[in-house]
Design a binder for this molecule. Structure first.
Ligand code: UDP
Length: 241
C-alpha cells in the first residue's frame, strides 16, 4: 500500500491552475476539483499537514501592468489582492468539502482573513487545518514562487509541491514547442542554474537552493497527482541539493 512520504508540505498553485480552460478568472468547478482532491488526501493521510501558496496570474500580473505604464509597486499590490481572491475561493471550496481551512494574509485585512503569524500558521497545521497563505510576501517586486520558497522554509516544510498547469515536470526545452524535449526525473538546484532551466524565478530558486528545500514539479491538471506527489510516486521532476 502507498504511504505518504512527507509530514508537512507546501503546495504551490499557480493562479492559472484555478482558471480552468478559460486561462483567466476563477473557474469554480476547477477550484472545487482541487479542493476535493485535497479533502481526499486529508481523509487518507490525516497526519500530512498541508499549507498552500496560490498565485494570482489568472487575475493580474504586476509586471505586465507596469509595462503598460502603471507604477510597479501599485500594480504589484493589485496582484497581491488577486492572490487573496484566489485564496478565499479555495478556502470556500475546501470548507464545503469538509476541511477546516484558514487564510493567513501577508497584508493585514482582518475582516476577511487572519494576519500571517508564523507560529499561528504552524499551530493551525498541527491541528490538521489546511493553511492558505494569501497576499504573497506582502512586498512588491516578489512573486508567489518566492513566497512559496519563503513560507516553506519558515514553516519547516519537507518539500514544496509545485503544481503546473498542463506541464508534467521540468524539460530540457519547452515541450509545447519541441516534440523532442526530454523530461528530467531528478535535478539538483545547481543543474537547474547551469542549464538555465525555467522552474521558478531566480529569487525563488535561490531561496529554495539556499534552504535545501526539495521541490517536486508535476502536472496539476491530472486528477490524483497531488496525492501521488505526496506518496513520492514518479510523476514529475524532483529537484534537490
Ligand atoms: N505579487 C507581489 N509580491 C509577492 C507575490 C505576488 O507583488 O510577494 C504580485 C505580482 O504583481 C504578481 C502577482 O502578485 O504578478 C501574482 O503573483 P504571481 O505572478 O506569482 O502568480 P502566479 O504566476 O503564480 O499565478
Amino acid at each position: 500500500m502507498a504511504e505518504a512520504q512527507f509530514h508537512r508540505i507546501l503546495l504551490k498553485l499557480s493562479g492559472e491552475a484555478l482558471a480552468g480552460s478559460a486561462g483567466t478568472g476563477i473557474d469554480l468547478p476547477t477550484v472545487r476539483r482541487v479542493a476535493t482532491e485535497l479533502a481526499d488526501i486529508k481523509k487518507t493521510y490525516p497526519q500530512v499537514q498541508i499549507a498552500i501558496v496560490n498565485g494570482g496570474g489568472n487575475l493580474w500580473r504586476g509586471e505586465s501592468a507596469a509595462k503598460a505604464g502603471m507604477d510597479r509597486a501599485r500594480a504589484d499590490y493589485i496582484g497581491m489582492l488577486g492572490t487573496v481572491m484566489n485564496a478565499l475561493s479555495l478556502a470556500d471550496a475546501l470548507e464545503q468539502a469538509g476541511v477546516v481551512t484558514r487564510v493567513l494574509t501577508a497584508i493585514e485585512m482582518r475582516q476577511i482573513a487572519e494576519p500571517y503569524i508564523r507560529g499561528r500558521a504552524i499551530r493551525h497545521l498541527e491541528k490538521g487545518r489546511i493553511v492558505i497563505f494569501g497576499a504573497g510576501t506582502g512586498s512588491p517586486y516578489f512573486s508567489t514562487d518566492t513566497t512559496a520558497a519563503l513560507r516553506a522554509a519558515e514553516i519547516d516544510a519537507d518539500a514544496i509541491l509545485m503544481g503546473k498547469n498542463g506541464v508534467d515536470g521540468v524539460y530540457d526545452s519547452d515541450p509545447r514547442k519541441n516534440v523532442e524535449a526530454t523530461k528530467f526525473s531528478e535535478l539538483t538546484y545547481d543543474e537547474v542554474l547551469q542549464k538555465n532551466l525555467k522552474v521558478m524565478d531566480s529569487t525563488a530558486g535561490a531561496m529554495a537552493k539556499d534552504t535545501h528545500m526539495p521541490l517536486v514539479v508535476f502536472n496539476l491538471n491530472e486528477t490524483g497527482n497531488i496525492k501521488k506527489a505526496i506518496e513520492g510516486q514518479d510523476i514529475g521532476t524532483v529537484i534537490k541539493g
